[in-house]
Write a protein that binds this ligand. Structure first.
Ligand code: 7GP
Length: 841
């Protein structure tokens, strides 16, 4: 690492480089300085938002000091780095996390109190960074937290959307989408106007032989869009490491192009170009587990891949190493197929720009990339039409064809005469128009492919990628079961539980080594401990009840059983099964005598989640939930026995209130459809029980916590195909109890029955693809078992504690270490020295 500052002048730098605050007074001084100077506010007009801003800026400064040192340390260490390419990073709020990770939350709390503010109110001012849809995006955020905490030299690369996932409002029971402009004031990003990459689109490919007789390929003309880097610091917990998340923002190229236009008087069209360029990073596509093949989306993907790859290559070239050492220095993980073009781009850089031979380049490429698959749902598997790519990225299409040719030739050699196999594994689907199968390209261009839970990793090997197992053998495919960060999802979301756990096992070390939770197990019979455990759950339920009161305007009884399903609304996740179950319960209550009602366990059914704006069936489900709520919640026969709540605008910061408050949470996807699920882990880690199918990570959760601590129901994934077949060709009848539910809806009990027709006919007439009817009985019976189990509070708390004690496996730290060992081949950096220096000063 070189410096332009002469040796003898560096002393001055060292002397004046900021150290960052550690005491309460220092914090207050920093915060007030920012409020009065950076924000130009004063004591007389400092509201909570200004106090938040000042606090955030003070913490940001601190992070940046550590961020700079981390980057220097990582450059000096000169070790292999990991780059995590993800179109989504669902980070949520940053301030609370920053305060906890640097260990100064109490300092800030006292400081803010001195200045006249409550820390909770200040934290609540922050706008969520919601650059993601759901599971895939939140996983990326948990991974960044773990990579920093474990001191890996790892960067995230993504897009700086001006609009994150939309805000959801419910109007008359319907979802309405509001744009989420979140960049008004965002102290957590650093524009790096000196770090930019010009990215090319359209144009044509010129192939010729130069004077030395060499084949030259050059991609010419078209339009250039500039990518500018915005860096977001990612602090680790209890470590000086602050890693970097680099997000790219698009703007029209400042190159010669536009000047020519300005000079020739085409001012308006130059400005229009500008806006078109800015559109690329304008908005996150709001689909979860669904791809729509829009050109702008492909532009986003290439823009981000190209900018990231050029940045990575630039960094590598500074080291003056040979190209053959590239994959000793660089590992790139593809978060699903969205960044697959990075494979093609690296091959293009190496061959067209750096002049390497094809084979030499391809060896480098394939040893650099790893690909994670997050779904087997066919509608989510990306395919791009050949004409679209041809037009937007003509050179890349040629490279894709060449990759495919070489691959198919190698397959042909090993499996001569198997024409069908060649057609099945070809990157190009021979449809009209032809399509590029991105997952196949990702597999062929990577050295490892992984699923995100055991069942899912098995399923990809036996279904969608079966032929590739035949071609490559099983070793290319592996499993890394997902995990979650216990810092945000236990310590930050549930500070009292974290504190109680720490008091029992002697320290907060479990936040860095979650397996230490097993030290709780000896206390399962400790009366006092159980009492506190139950009190904390109750307090968290009271907090959620207050949230419901303020946002919905009615009260729910915190003593009732809280039954929660929060996640994206999707037919495969089966919120419809849940709400049909609720209606079934409602009808049962209505038909009971007052005596019978007294024996019931009161329940609050909480739903939350967004539907993709164009996903009509999902929106119908939201509508039904809201309409059922309207009727049930004011039915005097029901009273406290059942409440149905739809919480609007579910997001990360709301999850931090919701997750700690569950007694039961629902993870009830059709078996074989939910790749992993991660909220299942969050709920159990916070002492909630699960009702779930044998799907995704539910299976491994069961193995860890024990069958007696989870409520499983429903058909198994291996039976799904036969059942679907039977729906169409057998003597299929809808479950009679479910028919009664449908009759109740059709009578107009919940308003205009026509509004819900498609939901019913999807099951009765169109084959019930998600097996709602098949699983309805066992679902309802299991809900009854839950009621019974809940009556024995002592046994329930035992289950709760035992489960938490056995959740150590599901930390994203374990998960990241597995990726590092088995896919990335990277080692953590040694920060012992830095820690010592810090302890001394
Ligand atoms: C999700 C899966 O649906 C979920 O089961 C898993 O826990 C999560 O990824 C993290 O691995 N998938 C998506 O969010 C998604 O959009 C399509 O996948 C690319």
């Amino acid at each position: 690492v070189e410096s332009s500052i002469p040796e003898h002048m560096r002393e001055a730098w060292k002397k004046f480089s900021p150290k960052g605050f550690t005491t309460k007074d220092e914090f207050e001084s920093e915060a007030v300085k920012h409020i009065e100077t950076t924000l130009a506010r004063s004591l007389f007009n400092c509201d909570e938002l200004a106090a938040y801003s000042g606090t955030a800026l003070a913490f940001r400064d601190r992070l940046i000091i550590d961020w700079n040192k981390t980057q220097q340390r990582q450059s000096f260490a000169d070790q292999k780095r990991l780059y995590y390419l993800s179109l989504e990073f669902l980070m949520g709020r940053a301030l609370d996390n920053a305060m906890l990770n640097v260990g100064l939350k109490n300092v800030a709390k006292d400081g803010l109190a001195d200045l006249g503010f409550r820390i909770e109110d200040i934290i609540a001012q922050e706008h969520d960074a919601a650059l993601g849809n759901g599971g895939l995006g939140r996983l990326a955020a948990c991974f960044l937290d773990s990579m920093a905490t474990l001191n890996y030299a790892a960067w995230g690369y993504g897009l700086r959307y001006r609009y994150g996932i939309f805000k959801q409002e419910i109007q008359d029971g319907y979802q309405v989408e509001i744009p989420d402009y979140w960049l008004d004031f965002n102290p957590w990003e650093f524009p790096r106007h000196d770090v930019s990459v010009d990215v090319q689109f359209y144009g044509w490919v010129n192939k010729y032989t130069n004077d030395e007789g060499k084949q030259i390929v050059s991609w010419q003309d078209g339009e250039i869009v500039t990518a500018t880097a915005y860096d977001v610091p990612v602090p680790g917990y209890g470590t000086p490491t602050v890693n970097n998340l680099r997000l790219w923002s698009s703007k029209a190229s400042s190159g010669e192009f536009d000047f020519a236009k300005f000079n020739s008087g085409e001012y308006e069209s130059a400005v229009a170009d500008e806006q078109r360029a800015e559109t690329i990073s304008a908005v996150l596509y709001p689909n979860d587990n669904l791809e729509r093949g829009k050109e702008l989306r492909l532009k986003q993907q290439y823009f981000w891949c190209a900018a990231s790859l050029h940045d990575i290559v630039r960094r590598f070239k500074k080291s003056k190493r040979k190209w053959s050492e590239f994959s000793d220095q660089v590992a790139i993980q593809l978060n699903d197929t969205h960044p697959t073009l990075a494979i093609v781009e690296l091959q293009r850089i190496l061959v067209d720009m750096e002049g390497l031979g094809w084979d030499e380049a391809w060896t480098i490429v394939t040893s650099t990339f790893g690909y994670t698959n997050h779904t087997v749902l066919p509608e989510a598997l990306e395919k791009w039409s050949v004409p679209l790519i041809q037009n937007l990225l003509p050179r890349h299409l040629q490279i894709i064809y060449e990759i495919n040719l070489q691959f198919l030739q190698s397959v042909e050699k090993r499996f001569p005469k198997d024409r069908d196999l060649l057609g099945r594994v070809s990157i190009i689907e021979e449809s009209q128009p032809k399509m590029v199968r991105m997952a196949y390209l990702a597999i062929i261009g990577s050295h490892k492919v992984n699923g995100v839970a055991e069942l899912h990793s098995d399923l990809i090997k036996t279904t969608i990628f079966k032929d590739f197992v035949k071609v490559y053998g099983p070793d290319k495919f592996t499993n890394v079961t997902n995990g979650i960060t216990p810092r945000r999802w236990l310590h930050q979301a549930n500070p009292r539980l974290s504190e109680l756990i720490a008091s029992k096992i002697g320290s907060y070390e479990f936040l860095k080594d979650l397996t230490l939770l097993n030290k709780l197990e000896p206390f399962v019979d400790d009366k006092e401990f159980k009492k506190e455990w139950a009190e904390i759950k109750y307090a968290n339920k009271v907090r959620l009840a207050q949230h419901i009161q303020t946002t919905k305007g009615y009260s729910v009884n915190p003593k009732a059983l809280f039954d929660i399903q929060v996640k994206r609304i999707h037919e495969y996740k089966r919120q419809q099964l849940n709400i049909f179950g609720v209606i079934h319960r409602y009808m049962a209550i209505k038909s009971m005598s007052p005596e019978e009602r007294k024996k019931l366990v009161p329940r609050v059914s909480v739903f939350g989640g967004k539907a993709a704006p164009g996903y009509w069936m999902a929106k119908t489900i939201i509508h039904l939930i809201n309409k059922v709520g309207e009727v049930v919640n004011k039915d005097p026969d029901v009273g406290d026995l059942l409440k149905v709540v739809f919480l609007e605008d579910y997001n990360v910061s709301k999850a931090e209130i919701i997750v700690p408050a569950s007694d039961i949470s629902e993870h009830i996807s059709t078996a074989g459809t939910e790749a992993s699920g991660t909220s299942n882990m969050k709920f159990v880690l916070n002492g909630g029980m699960i009702i779930g199918t044998l799907d995704g990570a539910n299976i491994e959760i069961t193995r860890e916590i024990g069958e007696q601590n989870i409520f499983l129901f429903g058909n198994l994934s291996e039976d799904v195909e036969d059942l679907r077949h039977h729906h169409f060709y057998g003597d299929y009848k809808v479950n009679p109890e479910l028919v009664k539910v449908f009759d109740c809806i059709k009578k107009g009990t919940f308003g205009d029955e026509g509004a819900f027709g498609a939901l019913i006919s999807g099951i009765v007439e169109h084959g019930d693809y998600y097996l709602v009817s098949d699983d309805f009985n066992s679902y309802c019976q299991t809900q009854d078992l839950i009621d019974e189990a809940y009556k024995d509070q002592d046994a329930w708390v035992t289950k709760s504690i035992t489960s938490v004690a056995r959740m150590g496996f599901f930390t994203s730290d374990r998960c990241i270490n597995e990726y590092a060992d088995t896919i990335w081949n990277i080692e953590p950096l040694d920060v012992a020295e830095e820690k010592e220096v810090r302890a001394r000063t």
